[in-house]
Design a protein around this ligand. Structure first.
Ligand code: FAD
Length: 497
């Protein structure tokens, strides 16, 4: 197999991967970024609400820390949380320096408020903050001649020799496998949304990093803490578009089909209770009234302000025939964020030497049982920077063994297996869980794994490999949920009440 050697191999081109690449390049080091789609295909590009940082006058990192711990049900890693919140203002400054634009009047940033935050601290760019950030980091990466970008390079395997990660194998442009070697390999592959039928995540979120890390022998934790966004558009044809928490922050209320503002029945913080509380309340309300969705009501808010603050949401809704200045928006919860993942220390080190990880693929301990809104873009920057600073200057590795090639089943078999898995996970391992449902899901995953092993081999297919990765991640989610003996954070098992 042909190989190429760099100082760093970065897998993924969302905020975590590109931050790491830029930081390493400032030291004059050569970085290769492997990414399975276009450079900007990522969860990062879809982020709406913003990025949290205690930069307001009445705010402090101590308050941000407290809010993060409360949202995480107190099972967060305190050192990781402190590292996150203390470095937040610097992360915002860095983004501005590299060219990201945020709302404000020049000298002051305009700070939004989201559920679980005790202060206004959400730095944002209208309702498409993620796209603006991804635009800025990807332009900076493109302009840097120390960074080689390889789009449409799907990583199938991490290379481990004598217990150390020395790089990765990728299928490049669908035409052949190549090895990319470096003393430091960084997993920045993002989320696992596609384990479920309904998710706000784009198609690239197929838990590849979880499966690659598991195969390499890394520790994976907290996968049962799967965050469901309470308010995504309910529409039979359109994808589960997010109706940002910032809309509730601006005063939107939740109503059932009878018009009742039902959050009064569930939590005194009403629509601004933490996400898990709001998502569960919607789930119960839909079950109680046997309806497919509930409604977000923005019709009492200033129409000009609404359109100006949420232009992307407005455009999506108009496409669906909904004018949110006049109509209620039908919403349901959908998978949104994976709080668990590959265990790292404060400097992004995994349990395998030479392998670092940053961003949504990780379990840094920051989120505990539940992520506080707008802490994930922040985590991606802060921990990617620390990982880049901690990277080792080991001698350049050499490929001694020919890597084995990834095996695949046919795409039609993969489609069937993926859909069965997504249905099982949605029905049994969603917001509301029971032991019977979790055992049912585990049985189904065992059967699907056995089927994969039996099916004839077919030519390489990204879709088929992703499906194998989804199965691996699903097993971690279910086993984590079965092992948890109390309801905490996002994990809710009705048999434990
Ligand atoms: C709709 C939506 C709204 C959100 N809103 C907010 C918000 O307002 N505030 C906030 O803080 N967070 C928000 N989030 C969460 C946040 O966007 C993500 O957690 C964060 O962007 C993750 O960054 P990342 O770099 O870890 O991963 P990503 O941005 O997902 O990047 C992962 C990269 O890895 C690549 N990749 C994956 N597998 C492979 C492979 N096998 N080979 C090669 N490349 C691979 C992908 O193509 C992609 O480029 C939102 C998420 C969504 C989906």
């Amino acid at each position: 197999m042909q190989s190429e050697t760099f100082d760093h191999v970065v897998i993924g081109s969302g905020l975590a991967g590109l931050t790491y690449a830029l930081r390493s390049a400032t030291r004059g080091e050569r970085v290769c970024v492997l990414t399975k789609g276009q450079l900007t295909d990522s969860n990062t590009s879809w982020a709406q609400g913003g990025i949290a940082a205690a930069v307001g006058e009445a705010d402090s990192w101590e308050l941000h820390e407290q809010d993060t711990m409360v949202a995480g049900a107190g099972i967060n890693d305190e050192d990781a949380v402190r590292h996150l919140v203390q470095n937040a203002p610097e992360a915002i400054e860095w983004l501005i320096q590299i060219g990201a634009h945020f709302d404000g009047d020049g000298s002051h940033l305009s700070l939004g408020r989201e559920g679980g935050h005790s202060r206004n601290r959400i730095v944002h760019h209208a309702d498409n903050t993620g796209w603006e950030i991804e635009r800025a980091v990807s332009e900076a990466v493109r302009a840097n001649n120390l960074i080689t970008i390889l789009p449409f390079s799907f990583v199938t395997q991490l290379l481990i020799e004598e217990g150390r990660c020395i790089g990765a194998v990728a299928m490049v442009n669908g035409v052949g496998f190549r090895a990319y070697l470096a003393p430091n390999t960084v997993l920045a592959t993002g989320g696992a949304g596609k384990v479920y039928q309904h998710t706000t995540n784009p198609n690239v979120a197929t838990a590849d990093g979880i499966a690659l890390a598991a195969e390499a022998g890394c520790k994976i934790e907290n996968m049962e803490f799967m965050q469901f966004h309470p308010t995504t558009l309910y529409h039979p044809q359109l994808r589960s578009s997010l109706i940002s928490e910032a809309v509730r922050g601006a005063g939107a209320t939740l109503r059932n089909h009878q018009g009742r503002r039902f959050m009064y029945d569930y939590d005194s913080r009403l629509e601004l209770a933490p996400r898990d509380v709001v998502a569960r309340s919607i789930h119960f309300e839909m079950q109680r009234l046997k309806t497919w969705c509930v409604y977000l009501d923005t019709t009492h808010l200033n129409p000009e302000k609404l359109r100006a603050e949420f232009p992307t949401i407005n455009a999506t809704l108009l496409e669906a025939g909904i004018d949110f200045t006049k109509d209620w928006i039908p919403v349901v919860p959908a998978q949104h964020y994976s709080c668990g993942g590959v265990v790292t220390d404060l400097e992004g080190r995994t349990s395998v030497p030479g392998l670092l990880a940053a961003g949504e693929v990780t379990c840094t301990g920051v989120h505990g049982g539940n992520r506080l809104a707008s802490n994930s873009l922040l985590e991606a920057i802060v921990f990617a920077m620390s990982a880049a600073d901690a990277a080792e200057s080991e001698p350049k590795p050499i490929l001694r063994q020919e890597p084995k090639q990834a095996q695949c089943v046919s795409e039609s078999d993969a489609v069937r297996i993926r859909h069965t898995l997504q249905r099982t996970m949605t029905n049994n391992v969603g917001i509301f869980r029971t032991f019977a449902g979790l055992n049912e899901a585990l049985k189904s995953i065992d059967q699907l794994d056995a089927e994969l092993a039996r099916l004839p081999e077919a030519p390489f297919s990204t879709y088929a490999r992703e499906t194998v990765h989804l199965l691996t991640a699903a097993r971690y989610i279910v086993e984590g949920a079965l092992a948890r003996k109390e309801n905490v954070g996002l994990h809710y098992n009705a048999d434990l009440v």
